[in-house]
Design a protein around this ligand. Structure first.
Ligand SMILES: [Zn+2]
Length: 491
């Protein structure tokens, strides 16, 4: 007897035929991780049990095929929700049959060598699966939730995901400034942005550039994302007291040349990083700040004096990741009246995503690219002088506007491009769409964000003046004009 519902247990039915439109690529799992389809179609009880491992293998294969960074298994009131994070956004997969859902999490916990009897406490584990070129590590974390145990599997990027400095997406000017800061024997280089903005991969690229036999390079990370040959990587463990500050303190006793601190998140780590940068070490780290400019305010909050900042920090690089339009299915966009829309005479090549996507992409997007905002040492020096002048004495009767004008003149020779300006440049080149630029780099944020996040009356005018520095555009127009409509006109 062949019960009709046994067919729905098959991986083919669940992950291919029932796949939603947005994830419409047919399942083509790597043979080395795919279960035997013949077994999946069998109706015997033994074969049904075996279908759970096959389902898990097919899930992993689907995640790798879609270039997912994370796989979420989330118990809900009505079943198990499965989602993949691709290019920064979560996408639903079909809900597995209830009979399989109950055993899916147990299967994954066994593979990750977790205690399957423990469902009340969070656990961490690791699974290694064959990939196309090498074995792929999956970092598994469990969490007890209202409707059961939630599992998240982080797919650890392959070493090949680390790009050379030239391929990061920096403009030539930014790349030269970054390379110059990396060539210094000491100083602090900060990469800023929210979680998932690609900061770690940028730092890994920098470390790969510096990796040489004559340098002792050490890192403190939470956790170690990608193993780097020739580099001493330490995974911090705050639960036993090995936090970033303590690890950095220990690394400084290990005759280091270059240090990478995963994140500066407290005063102790900030002070240690500054001290290391001032005592002959090159230090690379990240900060969770909105932009390169607001980093200075954040360092103040962490107890770092302006003098220490200007003596130690050699470069601040803010970054985001924008989804790239799929070359095979992107649709021409209709120019509309928008501040970011190129002037009609500029012969724009602008596109929008095809929401139906194609077999090559996901909802019209494939891959991401970095946009960067750089605060160079020259800017820091200028800011230092400006702060010094303002904190010593502002001449009686001198107006704020006069001060701003002076600062504008001071910074004018240094080309400055904010994150949104660089994103709009990619939009005008047809590489991404305006929707994506507005999602990642909302205009409002760049009109008032810099100043609003700074609590210092000294820094505010500086930030506003930096934000007003005109950005050269490929179509020959400048970003800013004097009229009130925020357009590109010459009025
Ligand atoms: Zn496509």
């Amino acid at each position: 007897m062949h019960p009709p519902d046994t067919q729905k247990h098959s991986v083919e039915r669940t992950l291919a035929a029932e796949f939603p439109a947005g994830m419409s690529n047919p399942v083509a799992p790597a043979p080395e991780v795919m279960g035997d389809p013949a077994t999946m179609q069998s109706t015997s009880p033994t074969a049904e049990q075996e279908s759970v491992p096959a389902y898990v293998d097919a899930l992993f294969a689907k995640a790798l095929q879609q270039r997912a960074s994370d796989l979420h298994l989330e118990p809900q009131r009505n079943g198990l929700r499965i989602r993949l994070r691709v290019d920064g956004l979560l996408h639903d997969l079909p809900t597995p049959p209830a009979e399989i859902a109950l055993r899916l999490c147990a299967r994954i916990k066994v593979m990750a060598k977790l205690d399957i009897a423990e469902r009340r406490l969070p656990q961490d584990g690791r699974i290694s699966v064959p990939g196309q070129h090498q074995r792929i590590d999956l970092r598994v974390s469990s969490l007890p939730t209202l409707w059961g145990e939630k599992l998240v599997l982080r797919i650890v990027p392959e070493t090949s995901a680390i790009l050379p400095l030239e391929a990061l997406g920096l403009s030539e000017q930014q790349r030269q400034a970054f390379a110059s800061a990396l060539s210094q024997p000491q100083g602090l280089i900060l990469v800023t942005g929210p979680t998932g903005s690609g900061k770690t991969l940028t730092l890994y690229s920098a470390l790969q550039t510096l990796n040489a036999d004559y340098r002792n390079i050490s890192t403190a990370e939470e956790p170690v994302e990608i193993p780097l040959p020739g580099i001493n990587q330490v995974g911090i463990a705050p639960h036993i007291g090995l936090d970033f500050g303590a690890t950095l303190r220990a690394l400084l006793r290990q005759d280091p040349d270059v240090l990478m601190v995963g994140e500066i998140r407290d005063e102790d780590t900030a002070a240690m990083a500054i001290r290391a940068a001032q005592t002959g070490h090159l230090v690379l780290s990240t900060l969770h700040t909105k932009s390169a400019i607001t980093t200075l305010a954040r360092l103040r909050q962490l107890g770092i004096s302006d003098r220490d900042v200007f003596e130690s920090v050699t470069l601040i690089l803010a970054q985001r990741l924008l989804r790239k339009l799929c070359d095979r299915c992107k649709l021409p966009a209709t120019p509309s009246w928008h501040a970011a829309t190129p002037h009609p005479s500029a012969n724009p090549q602008i596109f929008q995503a095809n929401p139906d996507g194609c077999h090559h992409c996901l909802q019209g997007y494939r891959g991401r690219m970095g946009v960067f905002e750089l605060c160079s040492p020259a800017m820091l020096n200028g800011l230092g002088e400006h702060v010094s002048k303002n904190t010593t004495a502002r001449p009686a009767g001198s107006s704020q506007k006069a001060s701003d004008t002076a600062v504008n003149a001071e910074f004018a020779p240094t080309p400055y491009q904010d994150l949104r300006a660089m994103g709009l440049q990619y939009y005008r080149q047809g590489l991404t769409c305006l929707t994506e630029v507005d999602r990642v780099l909302p205009q409002q944020s760049f009109e008032s964000g810099h100043a609003s996040t700074v609590n210092s009356t000294v820094l505010e005018p500086v930030h506003q003046s930096w934000a007003n520095v005109s950005t050269p555009r490929p179509d020959g127009f400048t970003r800013d004009c004097d009229c009130d409509c925020d357009c590109d006109c010459d009025q």
